[in-house]
Design a protein around this ligand. Structure first.
Ligand SMILES: [Zn+2]
Length: 232
């Protein structure tokens, strides 16, 4: 058995969650999961329908984007995953989807405002939207540069990738991440729900107020404060 079997199995199971959660159509979307000791991640192969996926079909890639093991071509977004793993050492799972509502906000090139406590339970800032890629970056190594577009947006806006585990890439779609592949998938589903709620909120009341600071702070402290009581 391959010494990478454990991450292939995790990546397979996490990828299979995407259609179940209604986050992907056809072959859209991909999940990867890293093994930091081995210095590699397992990612979905490119263009294989979910029903035909198996753990063995997952492709093993290093953090420079080089294929280490596998016969199929890795997801076309592999270099974006590689860049994020290389620079953000605390993450072990990454998800990319074109889920409908999150993608609609990305195409609108807008941050998703923090309107309510559902959002605040997961992150206490707006969901950031990075600007669309410049022509120069698109014509260069596009997927590789998408990774840097994400890193740069976090750096320029003083965001912490451990606090904000999601981003919209303008004109494209969301990426989410987490300590595990499961957490990254969970974040993708949460992002889609929050994106839908924010869309409906603006439909019902175009001048709906953002969540007030007292509630933002309360939710932040619930998770992070000395008296945190969120979760087990
Ligand atoms: Zn995409």
């Amino acid at each position: 058995m391959s010494k990478y079997h454990h991450i292939k199995q995790i990546a397979y199971e996490a990828n299979m969650q995407l259609p179940k959660l209604g986050l992907v159509l056809f072959t859209f979307g991909n999940v990867s999961t890293a093994d930091r000791e081995l210095g590699v991640f397992a990612i979905k192969p490119s263009g294989v329908p979910y029903k035909d996926l198996t753990p063995e079909k997952m492709v093993i890639v290093n953090f420079d984007g080089e294929v280490i093991e596998g016969t199929l071509r890795p997801s076309s977004d592999t270099l974006t995953h590689a860049v994020l793993y290389k620079h953000w050492e605390a993450i072990n799972g990454i998800v990319h989807t074109h889920s409908t509502y999150a993608t609609a906000w990305a195409q609108s090139q807008r941050d998703i405002p923090i309107f309510g406590t559902t959002h605040a339970d997961h992150l206490t800032t707006d969901v950031p939207c990075a600007p669309p890629m410049s022509d120069e970056l698109i014509e260069g190594n596009y997927e590789y540069q998408t990774g840097f577009q994400i890193l740069n947006h976090f750096q320029e806006n003083g965001l912490d990738y451990k606090e904000v585990e999601m981003i919209l890439v303008g004109s494209h779609a969301p990426f989410t991440w987490g300590k595990t592949a499961d957490k990254a998938v969970y974040n993708s589903a949460v992002l889609e729900a929050v994106a839908q709620m924010a869309y409906l909120t603006e439909q019902i009341n175009p001048s709906a107020p953002r969540l007030k600071d007292a509630l933002v702070n309360k939710h932040y402290q619930r998770k992070h404060g000395p008296d945190s009581y969120y979760g087990q």
